[in-house]
Design a binder for this molecule. Sequence first.
Ligand code: ZN
Length: 400
Amino acid sequence: MSERCCPACRADTVALADWPFGGLGESVFNYVAAFRHCTQCGLVYVANIDDARLARFYHEECAYHTSAHFAVDRPENIAKARRYLDFIAKLRPGFTEVTDIGCGRGGFLRLARRSHPGVRVLGIDIAPGDPEARAEAVMFAAATSAVLPLANDSQSLLTCFHVLEHLRVLDSTLEELARVLQPGGLLVIEVPDAERYAETPIGPAYWLAIREHVQHITPCALTLALARHGLHVEHLERGVLPTPEFRYASLLLAARKAEAGEDAVKPGRCVGCVDYLQASARALECQAEWVAALRARHGGLTFWGCSAELLSLLPRLDTDVDRLCDANPLKQRQGYRGRVVYAPELLAPRGALVIAPYLYAVEIRRAAVALGWRPEQIFELGAVDTPMMDVATPASIECE
Ligand SMILES: [Zn+2]
């Protein structure tokens, strides 16, 4: 497939930005991502990565199955799963089965079992599910979304939450979902709503710094991609959903497998997220300038927390004299491009300390003070003033 061909609607796309990412150890993300934009459906995507490379990340690097962010018992994650169930129950009251593609630890399925005890639930993911969910009669199968271990026309209800933005090729998964769905069956999808990233600010360039999000999906893009596989949007909701650390703009939709016919719901005007991406790139340049000024003032910097935010910034810094530290022993073992990632307690406080992650700054600050860093030495990357705050509603483009 050509890198220039839109993964959602197949239109020809335009180059948008080259984005240098970094990664720890042998990370697949030590590269310059080529972002492209589809002017027909508004999709922004990374063209120069493939799903085999991304699969290496999920098998070897990512911490989804241990990260507190995805903990099944967190009230925010339960609230989100309940939102999915309410959405489904409204469209298919009395549903008797559900198969969740990309089920992660199985939190949604566990709640489905508890709320609807007779419902048969199956979770499919490349990694095995959570033992606690398994104990509650949630069945799991290991597979990729592009090759499902399910018969043709066998499923009446499929769910696919936070999967599509992680796939470089959408067609093979959508074709597979359409294959296993019964005629009239329902596919429920949720992705971050790329057109509304700016509505719930988390920190400068946050969404673009998530290196494994290779698709930034608009309602228009998703509707067109589904329609090409005989999946017609029946209901679409653009809301705000919680996570343990932040709230985000969500795009939740249901599509029905049908032979032909118009989409029941039109996505409306398509605005895309080009302005957000460009503001994000400028924000990182601002952060790089701020780092240089801070280094000049304090004589040396220590970065605490090798998070995605820092791994988008480090390749843009023009020096490697700063010290890196992280409390995670795995990250300490990996290092960054030949540089040591220290355990924080091994570094004597000197110069200035920069807290890199946007989300855990309070906890890191507390730990740093306990190690002897003085409050006036401590700075937060997420608090740097950048043009992200000025992202306006992007100029509209028509979705045809
Ligand atoms: Zn497109």
